[in-house]
Design a protein around this ligand. Structure first.
Ligand SMILES: *Cc1c(COP(=O)(O)O)cnc(C)c1O
Length: 374
């Protein structure tokens, strides 16, 4: 079956990815490095094709969540430096040497373990020191009370044999919300960098700007920016000003009308009979459901676009199918394309319905959905 004949598919536009990459690069001064996030299968877009494209475009670094993701990208032939932002079990740390992958280093104990592994492997592990300035997830705690202790520990870590301390970074927890808190975090980050410098170590790559900070706070760029969601054409928060950067959505989720049926008024539709038709209705069956990552929470609330017109989802979304009302759209027939996410049908609308963010809806698209690269 050719890709376009599939029941439901995602079209991923490399041209649009390149457009966003260049738009973001346009924000940062010449010389600022660029780490492109490809974690969670590149936010559902496909880690390997996106990583290859970012490499081609000239990204300096790629970011992943874990070792498996890093190895997948390396084994596909990508040579660009890769940074694991999450935890790697020490038992697998030798793979960091083997595959030449950089690792976030979030405490002294882990640094010592990595140092041992690197020495035993007869190699070197490149680390980026992770500072917890207020996200409260991972990293040397850099609050005012702990900064001095952390500076000493970081200085000890960067001098361990077998470790190459290439970078230092922190992560903002509210850069799409509070400027005040973001600047508190940024101040703490500059503080720890200064304290470690005073002890005698300077990091070549200091980085902290995620998507929101890349759009809003040029002062935080330092040596490298680290945008994720904006690469894929979505704002970190749907209420942010779309004028901040010229971004275009990279992924469109599409399906095809599987069949159309006429159903009389008074008939209940789908599981739980949550929707009883109030008029004679033409229902199109669309072969997409929560088994594809199309949220059951959209039931009775979302529309899909068929022939450019909105068709409301009627009744509960099933695992593999849902029904949409096409009574008001003349001529809908088997095979017509239904746009689930795309132009005039933004992911953000779905996210709003179930009170989540575009990130989640993109990440949950399952492997049943083939990604077609344009
Ligand atoms: C996911 C992640 C990012 C990117 O976040 P976006 O909001 O998608 O830009 C940056 N840094 C770290 C540490 C992350 O985990």
């Amino acid at each position: 079956m050719s890709a376009q004949m599939k029941r439901t598919w995602a079209e991923v536009s490399m041209e649009r990815l390149a457009h966003n990459y260049h738009a973001l690069r346009g924000l940062t001064p010449y010389g600022t490095k660029f780490l492109g996030l490809v974690k969670a299968d590149a936010y559902g877009h496909g880690a390997v094709p996106v990583a290859k494209e970012l490499e081609k475009l000239g990204a300096d670094y790629l970011g992943v969540a874990c070792l498996d993701e890093a190895i997948e990208v390396r084994e596909a032939g990508v040579k660009t430096p890769i940074l694991i932002l999450g935890c790697t079990p020490v038992a697998y740390a030798a793979d960091l040497v083997k595959y030449n992958i950089s690792q976030a280093c979030y405490d002294l104990e882990f640094a010592k373990a990595l140092s041992d592994v690197a020495q035993k492997a007869g190699g070197e592990i490149t680390v980026h020191i992770q500072c917890d300035t207020g996200m409260t997830r991972l990293g040397f705690l850099c609050h005012e009370e702990t900064i001095e202790k952390s500076a000493k520990e970081i200085y000890e870590a960067v001098n361990l044999p077998g470790l190459k301390a290439e970078g230092i970074f922190t992560h903002f927890s509210d850069s799409d919300g509070s400027e005040e808190y973001t600047m508190l975090q940024f101040g703490r980050f500059l503080g720890i960098i200064d304290q470690v410098k005073a002890l005698g170590y300077e990091f070549p790559i200091r980085h902290c700007a995620n998507s929101a900070a890349t759009l809003l706070y040029p002062a935080t760029y330092l040596d490298m920016v680290r945008p994720g969601i904006v690469l894929f054409g979505h704002l970190p928060d749907a209420s942010m000003d779309p004028g901040l950067c010229d971004l275009v959505p990279v992924l469109e989720l599409k399906s095809r009308v599987a069949t159309v049926r006429e159903v009389p008024a008074g008939t209940p539709v789908s599981y739980g009979r949550t929707n009883t038709l109030t008029r004679d209705t033409r229902l199109a069956v669309i072969p997409v459901g929560y088994g594809d990552g199309y949220s059951r929470g959209f039931s009775n609330k979302i529309t899909v676009l068929i022939n450019g017109q909105k068709a409301p989802v009627t009744g509960r979304i099933c695992m593999d199918m849902c029904m949409v009302d096409v009574t008001d759209i003349p001529g809908v027939k088997e095979g017509d394309v239904a746009v689930l996410y795309g132009e005039d049908q933004p992911v953000e609308a779905g996210a709003g319905i179930i009170n989540t963010i575009s990130y989640e809806l993109l990440c949950v698209l399952t492997k049943r959905i083939p990604r077609i690269y344009l």
